[in-house]
Design a protein around this ligand. Structure first.
Ligand SMILES: Cc1cc2nc3c(=O)[nH]c(=O)nc-3n(C[C@H](O)[C@H](O)[C@H](O)COP(=O)(O)O)c2cc1C
Length: 228
């Protein structure tokens, strides 16, 4: 189990089956995704866009888009008084997410500098330790990146969720969403990984209870970003 607190920050929906007068509660978990490439035609970005398109019930995908705006990490700025607004926003988004999904290319047998910079700033997020993290890989060629990224995340006290990770094993970076979606195997891999991520966040069975037929379809609501 990746998250023992089992408290989704997402949305609680209830579906009403009028015949059985039963309301089924489904927890929606928010996954925050990070693309480690700033390239406009990035294959990793295409992968994350595909993830958004294929997200099953119970998962809400939100993309963090601020990597290029983050200042270079320095402990001098890592202080409440001086913390740059972009870093505060990063930490707020990480804190509010139930899980993180990273899609990162390999540069020079290592992590892209801009993405590592974002990770360095995440260290100061009080809600990062224990945060469930999954790794999505698009390339078959990255021999060093997966191990290095896992090592960094373990050092940051992330909770890695291996069953929610996957590698499409592509040999080209000239890919887009339609190309990925045209392959049934890729689609199945992505959906299965997302299902595994959702289950790891809250393995409890869905609750069901008797409700009058007049019960509202939507119960509860989006709780909004949690405080850090
Ligand atoms: C400066 C540079 C260094 C790279 N170093 C590696 C490397 O060490 N190993 C590797 O497998 N690919 C390497 N690549 C290839 C990228 O990982 C590949 O182009 C990847 O698809 C980039 O991600 P993107 O498509 O999301 O932009 C490098 C590319 C660049 C531009």
């Amino acid at each position: 189990m990746a998250n023992s607190s089992c408290s989704p920050s997402g949305i609680i929906f209830a579906k009403l089956w009028e015949s059985k007068r039963v309301v089924k509660f489904v927890a929606w978990y928010q996954i925050l995704t990070f693309c480690g490439s700033l390239r406009s035609a990035s294959s990793n970005r295409a992968l994350l866009t595909t993830v958004e398109r294929l997200a099953p019930e119970g998962i809400s995908i939100r993309r963090y888009e601020g990597i290029a705006e983050l200042p270079h990490f320095t402990p001098d700025l890592d202080h409440d008084t001086f913390l740059p607004a972009a870093v505060r926003d990063l930490r707020d988004q990480v804190a509010a997410a139930d899980g993180l999904l990273f899609a990162v290319p390999e540069y020079m047998h290592g992590l892209p500098g801009s993405f590592k910079n974002a990770l360095d700033w995440m260290v100061g997020c009080q809600r990062f330790p224990g945060k469930p993290v999954a790794l999505a890989h698009v390339s078959a060629r990255h021999a060093f990146l997966p191990g290095q990224l896992e090592e960094v995340l373990k050092t940051m006290a992330a909770t890695l969720v291996p069953e929610a990770g996957f590698n499409l094993g592509l040999t080209t970076n000239n890919v887009d969403v339609d190309l990925i979606c045209s392959n049934a195997g890729h689609k199945a891999t992505i959906v299965a990984a997302l299902e595994a991520f959702r289950k790891s966040l809250c393995p409890k069975p869905q609750q069901a209870e008797e409700q009058p037929a007049s019960s509202t379809l939507l119960r509860g609501g989006y709780s909004g970003p949690r405080p850090k």
